[in-house]
Design a protein around this ligand. Structure first.
Ligand SMILES: [Zn+2]
Length: 445
């Protein structure tokens, strides 16, 4: 391999994620630009005796054009050093005021930089006598609820190796639950290395005093022979075994339908009611939503949406599965827009469940969608996808022209907002796992 060829291949890899970033936009005397983080190290320390936490984040990042680099961190209070020197940060709105970011208030030339950020954890944290309970739980139907809610993070388009070095200064033993590789350094001090295909919506992290939750472990054997460690934990008053039994059932179903479990483990934080949230190889969920959330380890966290315009597919597919993989001759509505919003949109459209599943039930009348999904998963697991990539895959796989259907039914900027309300006769709310009345059901299906 020649040096020049090598250079091109390296550059291509380094900037691969930036192809999926939203467009740069005007800012001050230049442009606000998105960064590509190469490596992210987070030193997280908890001090229960003084009810404090401290996080030191160090990123190696690259930018491909000149400008003011963007990232995100929700709470106030952040100090930054760029290549060892103090640097000022600001907040900036995206075009169309769709979202807000943090911006480095210094115009930088293309290249590689080191950014050091000092912050505290303000959300999802409680202290007690010599103990801490801190979880980085995410949500995807509202924006700015990923990793950036707790520690500095890039946007969802960027996959980068993330390492946590976590310490709890307490003489009581704490448990560190995470969907990454654990290395014990000393008592209450662990290093967690997350896989390099993770992004700001992938990290599962929860630390608490030992004995705080009911705990059950098992091992599932994958169809490829791999042993998958399984952890179920719940509040003391709830039962872990029903989660474990159901998890085995869903694990077998999903492996049969889509192939081997791709993640290193399965972590289930079982809750009494409500919906759930998915992570790669992990979920915080009620028993009722467990199947839905485990499905997301395939579509959402196995094949990963690159942005807020791509997330509708995962909810549509999961919901299509929850409703028994139905087939419709017609979606039951004329047009809708789930995935053709602003490129700066960061959250999933909350109509993705019912509109998405009706659309997939319709596609299923044209070809065997489940069979196509199996191949799609095999091709794209652990990588990022957009709606366009999904359409292209399905068209190549089936030989059918499908773009027109997608544009009509799920990417249609002409749809009237209230249209679906009338058709479905239900309010547009987060109905992740909501049960329908019989009347609503017949209106939808
Ligand atoms: Zn879901």
């Amino acid at each position: 391999m020649t040096k020049i060829l090598m250079f091109f291949i390296l550059s291509f890899n380094a900037f691969a994620n930036l192809n999926l970033a939203p467009p740069s936009f005007n800012y001050k005397d230049g442009k606000a630009i998105f960064m590509d983080i190469q490596k992210g190290e987070y030193k997280i320390s908890y001090y229960p005796s003084t009810f404090r936490s401290r996080v030191k984040t160090t990123w190696e990042f690259e930018i491909a054009e000149e400008g003011y680099p963007l990232f995100d961190f929700v709470p106030w209070g952040i100090r930054a050093k760029l290549n060892g020197k103090r640097v000022r940060l600001g907040r900036v709105r995206s075009p169309g005021k769709v979202t807000r970011y943090r911006v480095i208030k210094k115009k930088l030339k293309p290249g590689r930089y080191t950014l050091e950020l000092n912050t505290k954890i303000k959300r999802g944290i409680t202290f007690g006598f010599r103990r801490v309970n801190s979880g980085f739980f995410i949500k995807d139907l509202a924006q700015k609820k990923f990793l950036e809610k707790y520690v500095p993070a890039n946007l969802e388009f960027d996959q980068y190796p993330i390492t946590f070095d976590v310490k709890v200064r307490s003489k009581y033993e704490h448990i560190f639950v995470a969907n990454g590789k654990h290395t014990k350094i000393s008592f209450n001090h662990y290093k967690i290395e997350y896989p390099n295909y993770f992004s700001s919506s992938s990290v599962y992290f929860h630390v608490f005093k030992k004995g705080r939750y009911r705990w059950q472990e098992d091992t599932f054997t994958s169809i490829n022979g791999k042993q998958i460690p399984v952890i179920v934990y719940t509040k003391k008053k709830y039962d872990t075994s029903s989660f474990m039994e159901k998890a085995k059932e869903y694990f077998d179903e999903l492996e049969r339908d889509y192939g081997a479990w791709t993640h290193r483990e399965l972590i289930i934080y079982g809750m009494a009611k409500g919906g759930g949230m998915e992570y790669p190889g992990a979920t915080a969920t009620s028993l009722r939503s467990l199947g839905h959330e485990m499905f997301h380890s395939y579509f959402a966290k196995g094949v990963v949406p690159a942005d807020g315009n791509s997330g509708w597919m995962d909810e549509g597919l999961a919901s299509w599965r929850d409703n028994g993989y139905k087939t419709f001759d017609h979606p039951g509505y004329e047009m809708f827009n789930l995935g053709a919003h602003s490129p700066y949109k960061r959250n999933t459209d909350d109509n993705s469940y019912r509109v998405g599943r009706a659309f997939f039930a319709y596609l299923n009348s044209k070809f065997d969608l489940k069979r196509s999904l199996r191949g799609y998963y095999a091709k794209y697991k652990n990588s990022l996808v957009t709606t366009q990539m999904f359409i292209k895959y399905l068209e190549e796989d089936t030989g059918l022209y499908l773009e027109g259907e997608f544009f009509q039914f799920v990417l249609n900027p002409n749809h009237r907002k209230n249209f679906v309300e009338r058709i479905f006769k239900t309010k547009s709310v987060n109905e992740h796992h909501r049960h329908y009345s019989k009347k609503e059901m017949s209106a939808i299906l």
